[in-house]
Design a protein around this ligand. Structure first.
Ligand SMILES: CCCCCCCCCC(=O)SCCNC(=O)CCNC(=O)[C@H](O)C(C)(C)COP(=O)(O)OP(=O)(O)OC[C@H]1O[C@@H](n2cnc3c(N)ncnc32)[C@H](O)[C@@H]1OP(=O)(O)O
Length: 141
């Protein structure tokens, strides 16, 4: 089941429709099971850092987004409180990635999440993160 583009982040750099944000990576997540989502991402040369290699910041953004979207799909609009990324192998321009996010646990108001960037059955990057619901409005007035 495709997840809806939520009103809370309709101009999101990761998942907005291009008419809402021309710079969007235009990811569309699918809910695979209760606490897991995934999306496909074609690594094109706009996203490179070192020549021919996906920029690590973009890889981290994809991982963060998958975990966020896993919670959003459950109606939980939480903020990334901490993010620990491991870059296992360089990701070549031209790769077709599957971006997977899943929930591991909830401890009080903290959601423990993990995510992976996978291609050809190999995990190129992974992350663990903690998400929290903000007590205050998300952005300072
Ligand atoms: C494709 C889908 C895209 C969807 C939209 C895109 C969103 C993508 C995700 C993001 O990028 S969100 C933006 C990046 N993140 C932020 O801007 C978060 C900024 N930080 C905050 O808003 C707050 O610090 C936060 C909500 C994380 C926590 O604020 P609180 O006021 O609720 O917590 P507080 O600081 O009072 O601490 C409460 C408890 O949580 C604990 N805590 C806080 N941060 C923690 C942490 N990182 N890890 C573990 N514990 C933590 C803290 O120690 C404390 O423990 P105790 O109750 O035992 O004293």
């Amino acid at each position: 089941m495709k997840t809806k583009r939520a009103d809370s982040h309709h101009q999101c750099i990761v998942c907005a429709a291009p008419e809402q944000n021309p710079a969007s990576l235009d990811l569309l997540f699918t809910q695979m099971r209760a606490q897991q989502v995934q999306a496909r991402f074609m690594v094109d040369q706009r996203y490179q850092g070192y020549q021919g290699v996906l920029h690590g910041g973009i890889a981290a953004t994809l991982l963060d987004a998958a975990m966020t979207q896993c919670l959003v799909a459950q109606g939980i609009e939480a903020m990334t409180a901490s993010l620990d990324v491991r870059f296992h192998m360089p990701i070549a321009i031209g790769s077709r990635l599957t971006v997977i996010g899943r929930q591991l646990a909830q401890k009080r108001n903290i959601y423990l999440m993990e995510a992976e960037l996978v291609a050809n059955g190999l995990c190129y990057a992974s992350a663990k993160a903690k998400f929290m619901l903000p007590k205050q409005p998300k952005v300072a007035p």
